[in-house]
Design a binder for this molecule. Structure first.
Ligand code: SF4
Length: 313
């Protein structure tokens, strides 16, 4: 059987974007960073070089099929298994999407390439851009995000500031907090300084509730997250608990939707059931089936079992 090439996954409920159809446009773990908390495992190719990694026409064709099937989504979210701004035709993709649907476009990006004018121009075609900032100084940036050697924290912050000046849409900045890495008062004050320079529309706090690339990455408890949210200002909110998001009722779950979710990030049984509107028993049937086929792996974190799609070596 010919290998299925699938660029779209979902729609799945997202804490940040409602019903979100994921659009995956870069090869697995091609990224400019190698974050210790990455849910996809270690970066296989760390690069700043943009490329035409997969055909925009094929992504658009798949989207047309989804729309013809009656797709209902709050956002088309460009992200996936690596850093999406590394795709050199990101702007052409968004132009193509805008010609065939009014569904708003969001980009999940680590923001590191926004120092490049062409990347800023591409991202400015989206409606919402969700970049990341996890550190306020170079040392912490290197420790958490393990960036490509051509990057620095100042390059990231200045790129975000330049983008803010050029982009009239929404910027929702994610800060990923790890106990013992970026949570002391000094670091939070440095992050706040950077946020004050960037002026995002929202700041969203996340933490390591799922299995991470490196072992020993500790999540913050809800109280501490809330205290940091208050310190960072009134446009700051905590988004860490995926299960709090209501799911959007009539989403049809199929085996391929479950597998697409597990390809994207590790999920617990309750993640799968709440995201796809399944009972835990139904979700378990899919999991058992995939385990028998040997296409998924499981890992335990803080007493919860997470499943993820096995990657080809
Ligand atoms: S978390 Fe995102 S930015 Fe960090 S290594 Fe993983 S894919 Fe790259």
């Amino acid at each position: 059987m010919a290998e299925e090439k699938k660029y779209l996954y979902g729609p799945v409920p997202s804490r940040r974007l409602g019903r979100s159809l994921g659009v995956d446009i870069v090869p697995f773990k091609l990224c400019s960073l190698d974050c210790v908390y990455c849910q996809l495992g270690k970066t296989t190719e760390k690069t700043l070089q943009r490329g035409d990694f997969l055909p925009v026409s094929a992504v658009l064709a798949e989207l047309k099929d989804k729309l013809a099937e009656g797709l209902e989504a709050d956002f088309l979210t460009i992200g996936g298994s690596g850093e999406p701004t590394l795709h050199s035709r990101l702007g052409a993709l968004i132009d193509g999407i805008k010609k065939i649907t009014d569904i708003p476009v969001a980009i999940l990006t680590n923001g590191t390439l926004l120092y490049k004018k062409d990347v800023r121009a591409d991202c400015a075609k989206a409606d919402v851009v969700l970049p990341s900032l996890d550190a306020g100084d170079e040392q912490t940036y290197r420790r958490i995000n393990r960036p490509h050697s051509g990057l620095s924290i100042e390059k990231l912050i200045s790129g975000l500031c330049a983008f803010r000046e050029e982009f009239a849409g929404q910027i929702w900045l994610e800060v990923f907090l790890i106990e013992g890495f970026n949570t002391d008062n000094h670091q939070i004050a440095k992050i706040k300084e950077a946020i004050d320079r960037i002026c995002p529309d929202k700041v969203q706090l996340n933490t390591a509730v799922r299995p991470t690339a490196e072992p020993g990455i500790k999540a913050l408890d809800a109280e501490k997250l809330q205290a940091i949210a208050e310190a960072l200002g009134e446009n700051c909110e905590v988004i860490a608990d995926f299960s709090l998001v209501p799911h959007g009722g009539n989403i049809e779950a199929k085996a391929e939707d479950v597998l697409s979710m597990l390809k994207r990030r590790p999920c617990s049984l309750s993640d799968i059931s709440s995201a796809l509107g399944l009972t835990q028993n139904e979700a378990l049937k899919y999991i058992t089936h995939f385990q028998q086929q040997g296409v998924i792996d499981s890992r335990k974190k803080d007493g919860v079992i997470f499943f993820s799609k096995r990657t080809r070596k």
